[in-house]
Design a protein around this ligand. Structure first.
Ligand code: UDP
Length: 246
């Protein structure tokens, strides 16, 4: 088992992308649903205020560091994570690996029409990725039994859930026992990226750890929520200084 690193109460697996993919492949050989979460610094800050969310995150079989902020925090705390393993990059690796090990997927989330668009693009790029079904992420609680039935009847191995955080983590945790998939993975806004309705930051910005800046420019209404980013770094510095004093 890979070592875990504690980032403000969230126990992140210290894995490289390759190790994360190996773990996903071994999950595909299992029978009971296993959870994958990909917290970034905003979600970790939310988890510091919401113990239920923290426990849900920690209950996942694989929890990878999504974003430069999480890596920076581990560095400041002198317990460095090996590398950033963002949710979207991990999903791409899983799709690409279907060349070697075909796999089937159900996509849940996004506005009406978006999951369908994403499915078309995914199958075009990765012909061995079988999309067994999709559904938009705007539904009422009363529709959940029907959605679960649709997912189970599709017999998809991997359920990709993009309802935004923390909704998707709570949804996956709540219904895990009723779902027959092998892997349940929270993927945030990735469905929009696969559909082409949202863009990732350019590669040079992602490499420089500036994906947050790109997002802020594209979606200024996220500014308030993004205050969690500087808060996250401040909390890290405060804790590190307190630890050094003791
Ligand atoms: N979404 C959804 N149902 C909801 C709320 C959101 O399907 O009730 C989708 C939304 O359309 C978008 C994704 O969830 O595709 C949220 O993306 P965001 O970039 O906000 O993800 P986060 O940063 O929260 O992970």
């Amino acid at each position: 088992m890979p070592e875990k690193i504690d980032i403000h109460g969230v126990m992140i697996d210290n894995v490289t992308m390759e190790e994360a993919l190996d773990k996903v492949l071994s999950m595909l050989e299992g029978q009971t649903p296993q959870k994958i979460f990909t917290p970034n610094s905003e979600i970790i800050m939310q988890a510091t205020r919401d113990p239920e969310l923290r426990d849900i995150l920690n209950s996942a079989e694989l929890i990878v560091p999504d974003g430069a902020g999480v890596i920076l925090a581990s560095r400041i705390m002198k317990n460095e994570l090996k590398e950033k393993v963002s949710g979207i990059d991990l999903v791409r690796q899983i799709f690409a690996n279907t060349k070697k090990r075909p796999a089937s997927f159900f996509i849940l989330g996004g506005k009406p029409g978006v999951a369908e668009k994403a499915s078309v693009n995914i199958v075009y790029d990765y012909p061995k990725a079988k999309i067994k079904g999709y559904r938009n992420g705007y539904f009422d609680e009363s529709e959940v039994p029907e959605i679960i039935k649709q997912i189970n009847e599709s017999r998809a191995e991997i359920l990709l859930v993009g309802l935004g955080a923390p909704k998707q983590e709570k949804w996956i945790h709540r219904y895990a026992n009723e779902l027959n998939c092998k892997i349940l993975m929270g993927i945030g806004g990735s469905i929009d990226v696969f559909a082409g309705t949202a863009k990732l930051a350019p590669e040079f910005m992602r490499r420089a750890g500036l994906e947050w800046l790109y997002r802020l420019i594209k979606e200024p209404k996220r500014a308030k929520r993004m205050l969690d980013l500087p808060r996250f770094i401040l909390l890290t510095l405060k804790k590190t200084m307190a630890d050094r004093k003791n």
